[in-house]
Design a protein around this ligand. Structure first.
Ligand SMILES: Nc1nc2c(c(=O)[nH]1)N(C=O)[C@@H](CNc1ccc(C(=O)N[C@@H](CCC(=O)O)C(=O)O)cc1)CN2
Ligand SMILES: Nc1nc2c(ncn2[C@@H]2O[C@H](COP(=O)(O)OP(=O)(O)OP(=O)(O)O)[C@@H](O)[C@H]2O)c(=O)[nH]1
Ligand SMILES: [Mg+2]
Length: 458
């Protein structure tokens, strides 16, 4: 019996809906000649487009289109791949897919699951896991910078950085393992080869790759920013100013915003998921109270909280007391995630504000450019998008685990005499963690999870 990963599969590869051209594709470990003969009416030359009618079971043409056969292993999946490029109507493509299923019944053709074509490309060694993820990230890219860096990751930018680290790690492992086999020479051997120096250089290189990977992950995941503060300080006005659109309702009435309003904007290609929230205050109004509870949830979940203050009310006892209450409740939030922002600078300029406080006007736009820079700085964005590759939090975590084991290895190696078996073990664990990025050591359920997030036909 064939395993799930060897069944022939078929899907519509193009986006649902109407389009100029639509593609049905089939991938199979077995020869596709019989299927081609039935649907195309003749044999196809390898990797050459042929214009012909796609035949229904009764011999009628479903459509006239281009057929392409990529014999294994020279295809996207590494298997035999047939592409039927038809006119891009949803009904035509459904008919064509149904026709493939019917004609492919004999080879037990089934519908592909999301990401299954790319999963096969991975399983057949056409792409490693980081590249396969980049395929999905390229399709999902929401900014130009994200698309460019996904394309670089697809071309293997992250993979080759990881590959270089891995090669250095393997060299070191071999040295330590060899030393373990000749205990009488052990210390000399390691010293001669400058094992500690190698370890330190590897550690430094890993730090550089980790930094670039973190930048790449920022580009993919973006940052959650929450606008918080008392009613009427200008949170909704600031959201609108940052988004450049009238998204949230603005009025002089305190308590205008009840529900969270969110919008994704980009700064230098980094996606910022901004949420405007209900003004924080004690209230008898039930709807507003629910809104305020949601504000606190949003604050707890944010990467950055912009705590807004109203310059025109600073010094007023009621206002100050309310701000103090909010400040007290914010002590549960990591202070490095909070930015103090003083709004309405057009009315009144800063008095004795904290030195790192931001002063701006949502109304005139003064100070917004500085806010944008501070937001990027706050989340550690220091890259120029050129040469960057897209990455995921998963990659960052794997690199951090790699670093932890290297750190432990360094500690063992500096002891006198070093415990060689421990050193070997830490290097092995480090190597395993690194391997998770490209999929050399990756659990099946994680693979399933990664590919299930792709679109169907990819
Ligand atoms: N029509 C069509 N366009 C497409 C795809 C596709 O599957 N079909 N792709 C899919 O998502 C992307 C391109 N990816 C591809 C990757 C490898 C091969 C391929 O045939 N590789 C062979 C031969 C390489 C060569 O000629 O140098 C190989 O790897 O052996 C094809 C498409 C984007 N455009
Ligand atoms: N002069 C001046 N007025 C502003 C500025 N920003 C907001 N306002 C005014 O302040 C009032 C409240 O603004 P909103 O943006 O609705 O305030 P909010 O913080 O969202 O208020 P709630 O939704 O009630 O919590 C409106 O009348 C705005 O026009 C500013 O920079 N300068
Ligand atoms: Mg509001």
């Amino acid at each position: 019996m064939l395993s799930r990963h060897q069944d022939p599969i078929a899907a519509i590869a193009t986006a649902p809906g109407r389009g100029a051209v639509g593609i049905v594709r089939v991938s199979s470990a077995q020869d596709l000649t019989p299927l081609v003969n039935v649907i195309c009416g003749r044999a196809l030359k390898a990797r050459e487009a042929s214009y012909l009618p796609f035949k229904a079971a009764n011999g009628d043409a479903i459509d006239q289109g281009l057929a392409l056969l990529f014999p294994a292993p020279h295809s996207y999946t590494g298997e035999h791949v047939l592409e039927l490029q038809a006119h891009g109507g949803p009904v035509v493509l459904q008919l064509l897919l149904a026709r493939c299923m019917e004609a492919g019944a004999e080879i037990r053709l089934r519908l592909a699951e999301p990401g299954e074509f790319t999963q096969r490309a991975f399983l057949n060694g056409k792409l490693d896991l980081a590249q396969a993820e980049a395929v999905s990230d390229l399709i999902d890219a929401s900014t130009e910078a994200a698309a460019r860096s996904a394309s670089r990751a697809l071309a293997g930018a992250l993979s080759s950085e990881v590959g270089e680290l891995r090669d250095a790690l393997i060299k070191l492992r071999m040295l330590v393992e060899a030393t373990l086999d000749f205990p009488e020479e052990e210390i000399d051997f390691l010293q001669q080869a400058d094992a500690l120096g190698q370890l330190e250089r590897l550690h430094a290189r890993l730090a550089a790759v980790l930094d670039r990977t973190q930048q790449g992950a920022l580009l993919r995941e973006g940052i959650k920013v929450v606008l918080a503060g008392q009613p009427n300080v200008g949170k909704s006005s600031l959201l609108n100013a940052l988004a450049g659109a009238e998204l949230a309702i603005v009025t002089p009435i305190p308590g205008t915003t009840r529900d969270k309003v969110s919008q994704t904007i980009q700064i230098e290609g980094v996606p910022l998921h901004i949420s405007d929230t209900a003004g924080l205050r004690e209230t008898e109004d039930e709807v507003e109270r629910i809104g305020v509870a949601r504000s606190w949830d949003a604050i707890a979940d944010a990467d950055v909280v912009l705590f807004l203050h109203d310059l025109s009310r600073i010094g007023q006892p009621d206002y100050e007391a309310e701000d103090k209450l909010i400040t007290e409740r914010l002590t549960g939030v990591d202070p490095s995630r909070i930015l103090q922002v003083f709004n309405k600078a057009d009315v009144l300029h800063g008095q004795d504000l904290a030195p790192d406080a931001l002063t701006l006007s949502a109304k005139t736009g003064a100070g917004l450019a500085e806010l944008r820079q501070r937001l990027l700085q706050q989340v550690g964005w220091h890259a120029t998008p050129e040469g960057l590759f897209i990455a995921r939090e998963r990659h960052v975590q794997a690199l951090k685990r790699t670093r932890e084991h290297l750190q432990l290895a360094k500690e063992v190696a500096t002891q006198q005499p070093p415990a060689l078996d421990l050193l070997a073990e830490e290097l092995r664990l480090s190597h395993d963690a690194l391997g998770e990025i490209t999929g050399a050591f990756t659990a099946d359920d994680l693979l399933g999870e990664i590919f299930s997030r792709f679109c169907i036909g990819k």
